[in-house]
Design a protein around this ligand. Sequence first.
Ligand code: SD4
Length: 302
Amino acid sequence: MTWGTIATWRMAAEGINEASKLLKGKGTADDAVEKLVKTVEANPLYKSVGYGGLPNEEGVVQMDAAFMDGDTMAQGAVAAIENVLHAVSVARLLSHQHYNSFRVGAGATKFAQLSGCEMTNMLTAKAKTEWQEKLQKEKNEKMSSYNGHDTVGAITLDQQGSMAAATSTSGLFMKKDGRIGDSPLSGSGLYVDSEVGGAAATGLGEDIMKGCLSYEIVRKMAEGLSPQAACDQTVYPFVHKLKKRYGRVGEISLIALNKQGQWGIATNVEFTFCVATSNEEEKIFMANPGVDDTTVISTVRQ
Ligand code: SD4
């Protein structure tokens, strides 16, 4: 039976491996996507997700995460949550609630605590040093704060035909206190419908939100486009539109998977991502914007 999973950035490779094991063994898309994202969150080497994530301007790690079940359309999300090891699991718990399913700041952190989620100081010594150095540099050089950011976004399809999507990020390094990106927002950071497919985003949240790009890709797949065509025909026209009408555009990369296990991707910067399906071995790929609004994809040597 068909199964598949795709996730943003090469940092998801280990998570893709974990999710694949579950999906091969007839595990659920929901469990697989949570496991995938948790694997990235737990790794202190990744500076933009979970433990070891870089903090905001005030030295506090504030995370955004979301979870969506493509069968029921149930969604849960947290934003600017602090001191919780697995923000994605908090989002999944919230997705079981009809009310109060998207919580921010202290309320989100309180919910995690009361639900028995593992709480920990997410600021590692390494991330703190990097933050202090950045503060110093900014004082001296007046640099732009907005760099050092990669969200893990993932989509899964299980052998029963169910799909799920999830995201998790510590957002932009040196962001303002309480700044929230696209990652926890339905339709922007992620969207999935088991009868069609799913999509997830990474890049500059402020710009991704302007286009509700994940929803738009799923909508185009529902009209019959392949995941690749849906990504190309959503991301590149939107990048041109923003350049023309807003004057500039940040980094935008989207991944998609449909219910047949086919995948697609579009990006306006060099971007790595990981895929495994019942037809294809686990692989890390690199994508670049090509000519005529297409995407050039190559395999990364592992
Ligand atoms: C955000 N989209 O908070 C996230 C950051 C990110 O690659 O994905 N960067 O805006």
